[in-house]
Design a binder for this molecule. Structure first.
Ligand SMILES: Cc1cc2nc3c(=O)[nH]c(=O)nc-3n(C[C@H](O)[C@H](O)[C@H](O)COP(=O)(O)O)c2cc1C
Length: 319
């Protein structure tokens, strides 16, 4: 194993990795150096949504967290960026990767990747007017991975902090394999530092990437950390003598209580916890039925009964 330090970044996952999740995660697991928060959309008429801003207030985040903005209106972006700066954020990220048609068809997220000239005009206007650093989170393109060739020269014109590249196209959504060859080529064609993102699911998939890209200093992991919260510890070789099931149970309890404090009705709370289990549940051996029960549960009591089944004696975590 090489000894040079690498950075592990928790990816933004809208609906999953909010401040409650991030802080709870930080109390129970190690190995993650920073997080990017799920996107905050620019708001027309310059209205700020306080609940979204609270998510990225530095004093409330236990993991260093970079706010992310989704939008294509430069003035609204600048307005929000100023607010984030006033809250104490030194750097922010621009979402150019969101693949969902609802977003992309309005030329936001990955929808903008087809228009390098619009990105150029946006950055040209925004850069001199914001007080924070700025990075971009991108895919290879919207429709074709060749779009990256027109994008990189545009990014080279601006002093970006870094480029986080998830090497798929927007229309691929999450299908197919991330294109490691395209990632390799893109970073050679850019002057910016690159962060790798996409399908780091386990130690083996990380090691394949690390071997291939020994000079990449930062890796962003999303779904892999939801399915296996020990993954960053494993990557760093952090030893843990404590029983994994016990640690997961404590984490789950803490997360449940955290969401219970926020959500007044059971529907929201159950919705959040079902999302959590949809990633974590399949990582337990032979718990398919219990997972189904969780996902179908309509009362807190039924939910708790089904969740308890994951933490019984003899329960086995696959990682
Ligand atoms: C449910 C979900 C929500 C996501 N929300 C965001 C988001 O708010 N901002 C963003 O840049 N990417 C978002 N992504 C993309 C992830 O950050 C990441 O790029 C993608 O999942 C690939 O990384 P992974 O394989 O490690 O999960 C989301 C992905 C999923 C599955």
């Amino acid at each position: 194993m090489k000894t040079s330090p690498i950075k592990i970044i928790l990816a933004p996952l809208q609906g999953f990795t909010d401040i409650t999740f991030r802080n709870t995660f930080a109390r129970h697991f190690g190995g993650v150096d920073e997080a990017m928060a799920p996107f905050i959309p620019t708001m027309g008429k310059k209205k700020l949504k306080l609940s979204r801003l609270k998510d990225v207030s530095p004093e409330n985040n236990q993991i260093f967290t970079i706010p992310q903005i989704l939008g294509n209106n430069a003035e609204d972006f600048i307005f929000l960026a100023h607010h984030l700066h006033d809250m104490g954020n030194q750097t922010i990220n621009w979402n150019l990767g969101c693949p969902h048609a609802k977003v992309a068809n309005k030329n936001r997220g990955s929808g903008l990747l087809m228009y390098p000239e619009k990105i150029d005009a946006f950055l040209d206007h925004v850069f001199p007017r914001i007080l924070t650093g700025l990075s971009v989170k991108i895919r290879l393109g919207r429709l074709s991975k060749n779009e990256i060739y027109s994008l990189l020269p545009v990014f080279d014109k601006y002093p970006l902090d870094e480029i986080i590249l998830h090497p798929r196209t927007g229309i691929q959504m999450y299908e197919g394999d991330p294109d490691h060859d395209a990632f390799a080529e893109a970073r050679l064609l850019s002057r910016h530092p690159f962060v790798y993102n996409g399908d780091i699911r386990d130690l083996t998939s990380f090691q394949i990437l690390w071997k291939r890209f020994p000079d990449i200093r930062a890796f962003m992991i999303g779904r892999g950390l939801l399915a296996n919260p020990f993954l960053a510890e494993d990557i760093r070789g952090l030893p843990s003598n404590e029983n994994k099931i016990k640690r997961l149970r404590a984490f789950h309890e803490d997360l449940f209580l955290g969401y219970q404090r926020i959500y007044s009705g059971p529907a929201h709370l159950l919705g959040r916890m079902k999302g959590f289990w949809s990633h974590l549940g399949p990582s337990f051996r032979g718990k398919g039925k219990s997972l189904k029960h969780i996902l179908k549960s309509e009362s807190i009591t039924r939910y708790k009964e089904s969740a308890a089944d994951f933490f019984t004696e003899g329960s086995e975590f696959l990682y």
